[in-house]
Design a protein around this ligand. Structure first.
Ligand code: SF4
Length: 440
């Protein structure tokens, strides 16, 4: 993003106020902070607009694969370290299917991929893309399998082939699904660029040396393909970390557009593949292609990705309200917790484990956990009372009992006063809930 002064230099300098800011400089400062839009100035020239749009383009290009509701987006990142702001687009995991598969085998494999899916803290974690590998080396077979795959799944597709003839035929057959074409190297680049341009699809270019990759990027762009992905060829994990870091650093810190594209890593299969996938997830990989993944390998990978791509400034939250657990009736007690997802799902799981019916009131604490919210005065007796009133909790439960987390015992007196309920102090740790509720 250009600085306020760079933007100011391109403005008309009339200081007329029609943009709702008193001066052009004030307007420039708000644009630089993403709080105003260029279009708000009616006098700005087309040249200035074009110049500012080019310099305001993201340092890593946003590239999309797929079509309709299942579009996979990658790139458009602005930070080297997550804590500086956040990482925007989580790494996508792809699993391969050989193009020699029969339709039955393909269906079976897709079912297995679909089953590699878990829910954690209210979010669905799973495989994002399907990679079709041209192991038959037959252009017509590759195209036929691409068509079959496209009919069987709406997940975004990656086409893997070193042969430009195979790629031309498969890309043409599923161009409407906008697959990622993967297999361009230095020697076949011109042919692959032509295929990507004809099909209107993004293109991954593969190279060992970063200088070579940057030259290939320039050639692809000159050939009319802008949506590019860097398919990193690395022999070791150390090399992967080094190259990915150099690419990210040059793109976001030095505004070097020649490598400002999402990174693809081919992880392969087995234990080494999982480790490579994890490193790629931590170090700027936008797509990782696995030949296979067991459940025991997928889960830690998905959790790692979820942690890295959660906005560090915005905790994952659940919707405030009253939730029934274990089919509660009017005599079931009410418990409350905060809307920090991790806390909510832990408490929910422990109440479920008790098999005792209960109502769980989720209080809006802006995503803070119980102790943090209490210390920050975001979980006070008045706030809890208001949450109970807003959710109509007392119309669901007539027990008059409110179980509070053991960590906030201190609020029990005031809470009783403002709610008129009988306050029961629960365990300090959620893990104590099953025993506690059985004894209640
Ligand atoms: Fe300056 Fe344009 Fe705003 Fe007028 S409308 S003050 S010319 S930026």
């Amino acid at each position: 993003m250009p600085t306020a002064i760079e933007i100011f230099k391109l403005l008309p300098k009339k200081n007329c106020g029609k943009c709702n800011y008193p001066t052009c400089l004030a307007f420039a400062m708000h644009i630089a902070n993403s709080k105003a839009k260029l279009e708000d100035c009616p006098f700005i020239s087309e040249e200035a607009k074009a110049s500012l749009a080019a310099s305001a383009a993201p340092p890593i290009r946003l590239v999309k694969i797929g079509h309709g509701a299942r579009v996979f987006e990658m790139g458009d990142e602005t930070e080297l370290y997550r804590h500086e702001k956040k990482f925007f687009h989580p790494t996508g995991y792809a699993l391969t299917i050989p193009d020699s598969s029969t339709p039955e085998e393909m269906r079976g494999r897709l079912g297995r991929i679909e089953a590699l899916s878990y829910e954690r803290v209210g979010q669905r974690l799973g495989i994002d893309l399907i990679a079709l590998n041209n192991d038959s080396d037959d252009p017509s077979k590759f195209a036929e399998s691409a068509r079959a795959l496209s009919d069987l799944t709406d997940q975004p597709i990656v086409l893997l082939s070193d042969s430009a003839a195979s790629m031309r035929s498969a890309a043409a057959s599923v161009a409407a699904k906008r697959p990622l074409l993967c297999g361009a190297v230095k020697d076949n680049l011109a042919d692959f660029v032509a295929v990507a341009k004809e099909a209107g699809c993004p293109l991954a270019i593969r190279g060992k040396e970063l200088r070579e990759l940057a030259e290939m990027v320039a050639k692809a762009r000159a050939g009319g393909v802008e949506d590019l992905v860097l398919d990193l060829e690395v022999a070791t994990l150390k090399e992967l970390v080094e190259k990915a870091t150099i690419i990210r650093r040059h793109s976001v810190k030095k505004s070097f557009r020649g490598l400002g594209y999402p990174i693809l890593v081919r992880a392969g299969a087995g234990e080494g593949a999982v480790l490579k996938g994890m490193i790629a997830t931590m170090k700027y990989g936008s797509i990782v292609i696995f030949e296979d993944l067991k459940d025991s390998e997928a889960m830690p990978l998905f959790v790692l990705r979820q942690n890295i791509f959660t906005d560090p400034q915005v905790p994952i939250q659940v919707k405030p309200g009253i939730y029934p657990v274990n089919n509660p009736g009017e005599q079931a007690p009410i418990l409350f917790t905060t809307n920090f997802s991790l806390t909510y799902f832990t408490v929910l799981a422990d109440i479920e484990k008790s098999k005792m019916p209960a109502w769980l009131q989720v209080v809006d604490t802006e995503g803070l956990s119980v102790m943090t919210a209490y210390s920050a005065s975001k979980l006070t007796p008045e706030i809890v009372a208001k949450a109970l009133e807003d959710s109509g909790a007392n119309t669901r439960s007539r027990s008059g009992q409110l179980v509070i987390p053991g960590m906030v015992t201190r609020m029990s007196g005031k809470l009783q006063e403002v709610t008129g309920m009988k306050i029961i102090v629960g365990p300090k740790e959620s893990s104590g809930l099953p025993k506690f509720l059985k004894n209640l």
